[in-house]
Design a protein. Structure first.
Ligand SMILES: Nc1nc(=O)c2c([nH]1)NC[C@@H]1CN(c3ccc(C(=O)N[C@@H](CCC(=O)O)C(=O)O)cc3)CN21
Ligand SMILES: CC(C)C(=O)C(=O)O
Ligand SMILES: [Mg+2]
Length: 292
């Protein structure tokens, strides 16, 4: 049995396709009370993005606590320059694939640009779709204290909300680009205030993106729910990265990221080997051929 808080797990989930071997007893799902528990115990939380049923079970089996189906699907998977064009109808199948293919991780659906800002009712309607049609366990959306009513309504409705402060990519046109947020006394105080209000409204965690380390540390100190940093330094309660950056799928990744693998190069080599085998006629052999 895996411990949802320590996150230790081993082995691989069987593919949903092909052989129908039953896995071991289902691990306990990582839930909202484990967030609180982790912060109390000082155990760092882990979050990665995931967008499909191929990679999500790999991350789940590796013991990642939370899988964020990020609107970063727009740039990472769909080839857009930003997250702005992403729609709810594009998010739903991705969230469904991640929820269906995982057993332990908490699955968090990012609400895309334009699907929640108009008011708490719009936000609730979108979040309900993410839970009902796609199987998400929680939702996340970008913005500060102006969204406290959104957070409060979803929380009253039984939907856990993760807040997202600092650099909020859906607002990059207003913020003037991909820039660090919360620099200077006033901006830092505003950020701390936003985090407090969102946490008081019921947010179960707060993502802090591209904020100075000292500001992230201050937010972490004053709110009683976990902070999850991305480009926010080490003095937070957990970290999140975009999986394609983490695994080294692309030649470029943001400065705050680290490549923990070279999966892009590995995939390149596999594809080259395959093509070479076909061209030199060493694949397929009789092993891969059906008899009449
Ligand atoms: N692949 C990917 N990784 C991410 O971390 C990520 C996404 N996509 N899409 C959604 C948001 C957007 N994010 C981004 C994207 C780019 C930069 C960037 O260009 N940063 C520059 C300049 C930073 C600075 O102002 O100092 C860098 O060099 O890292 C930052 C955050 C973070 N998120
Ligand atoms: C970078 C993370 C926090 C995100 O919002 C996303 O991947 O969409
Ligand atoms: Mg996002």
């Amino acid at each position: 049995m895996t411990d949802p808080v320590s996150g230790s797990a081993s082995g691989r989930v069987p593919s949903t396709e092909g052989s129908s071997a039953e896995g071991a007893a289902a691990p306990r799902r990582f839930r909202v009370h484990h967030l609180r528990q982790a912060k109390e115990r000082g155990k760092p939380l882990t979050m990665l993005t995931a967008y499909d049923a191929v990679t999500a079970p790999i991350f789940d089996e590796a013991g990642i606590d939370m899988l964020l189906v990020g609107d970063s699907i727009g740039n990472t998977m769909h080839g857009h320059p930003t997250t702005i064009p992403v729609t709810v109808d594009e998010m739903i199948p991705a969230v469904r694939a991640v929820a269906r293919s995982t057993r332990r991780a908490m699955v968090i659906a990012d609400l895309p640009f334009g699907s929640y800002e108009a008011g708490p009712d719009q936000c609730l309607a979108t979040a309900v779709r993410m839970l009902k049609e796609a199987g998400a366990h929680a939702v996340k959306f970008e913005g500060g204290a102006h969204l406290t009513e959104h957070v409060a309504l979803l929380t009253r409705s039984g939907i856990p909300v993760v807040a997202h402060l600092g650099f909020t990519p859906q607002s990059e046109n207003l913020l003037g680009g991909k820039r660090v947020q919360g620099r200077g006394q006033d901006a830092a105080e505003k950020l701390v205030g936003d985090a407090l209000e969102l946490a008081n409204a019921g947010a179960v965690a707060v993502v802090l993106e591209m904020v100075p380390g000292a500001v992230a540390a201050r937010v972490t100190e004053v709110i009683d729910v976990p902070t999850i940093g991305i480009g926010a330094g080490a003095d937070v309660d957990g970290q999140v990265l975009v999986w394609t950056d983490m695994a080294g799928m692309t030649s470029w990744s943001p400065r705050f990221s680290r490549r923990f693998g070279d999966v892009g190069a590995e995939l390149h080599n596999a594809a080259r080997s395959y093509a070479e085998a076909v061209r030199e006629k060493s694949f397929p052999t009789s092993e891969h051929t059906f008899e009449s």
